[in-house]
Ligand binder design. Sequence first.
Ligand code: ZN
Length: 367
Amino acid sequence: MKSKLLCQSCHTEYPSSEPRWNCLCGGLLTLDFHARFPIGKIKKRKPTLWRYREALPIEHDHHIISFDEGFTPLIKEELFGKKILLKQDYLFPSGSYKDRGASVLVSKMKELGLKQVVEDSSGNAGAAIAAYCAKASIDCHIYVPEKTSPEKLMQIKQYGAHLHTIQGSREDTAQAAGQHAQTTYYASHYWNPFFFHGTKTCIFEIVEQLGWKPPDSLIVPVGNGTLLYGSYIGLKELQQEDIIDKLPRIIGVQTENCAPLANAWKNNSTFISLKTPKQTIAEGIAITNPVRANNILQSIKETNGDMITVTDKEILDAQYYIGRKGYYIEPTSAVALAGLKKLATRKDDLVVIPLTGHGLKTKKMLR
Ligand SMILES: [Zn+2]
């Protein structure tokens, strides 16, 4: 299960036993790792994301930091007159799918013997990293924008993390954490490739729950692309091992008020970071400069997917609509549902939407 880190810019290789989160040239790292899927063994294991043990890049079991999370329910629903499947990823220990990435990344940090880390987030990733660091006894510093929901701030503090609230934009928060990361390991959910090797387990579970078959489409909210690009990595691994023979269309949804990726996609142009974003209720995806923009756009292109935008009003309407069906999710999570309403889907399409974050993290009653 040996793996190595590869720079996407200068192609330098590093052993994954080195505590690196980026290349010395400043480039993004990809994890080169051979995932395997022994289905007979997998089926006998506990229903957690760690059942895909041979597909997770941790060398020794005793480094695994887990709350037995994952294998969330995939259930049939009819929304806006369309039959779809909802993956209930808001039912994680910290209340969002980010626990997938945190479990794998913090296990890796344990394996590296790290004692202290830093992370920045709009809230959910920070809470997830803080929870898993608490379990691993790793000291962690979490940077968040000061406007983050008080519920998320309280959660991060409750886990015992050092909370740093930063004035200004999400980008300012990332910069402050980046400064700190010059001397401390950066447990970044968008820079660090191990995080994506956790978020990829969402699609493993979906494929297994569908009888080891891929859906036709996957609709996800996109900010830094941790779920979207993670899903792509997982799908490629499943395809390489002949578990699936085709890739579903990956459809990314952004909020109109902050849509740098959707703009690049629509204009078929190179990605440019957004200088003046507007306020949005979808705080989890208000990202003006996603560092993995090229990875995200390439994933959509290769899967013949699409990228669309929705307004804050459409997000609120979708959150309200699904609440009346018994699902309590946060606005960022409703972004994909608002996207579903807008999309033209074929009647027999097998569409899956992960519900990414719990409604209890929401700032206030919105309507
Ligand atoms: Zn490099």
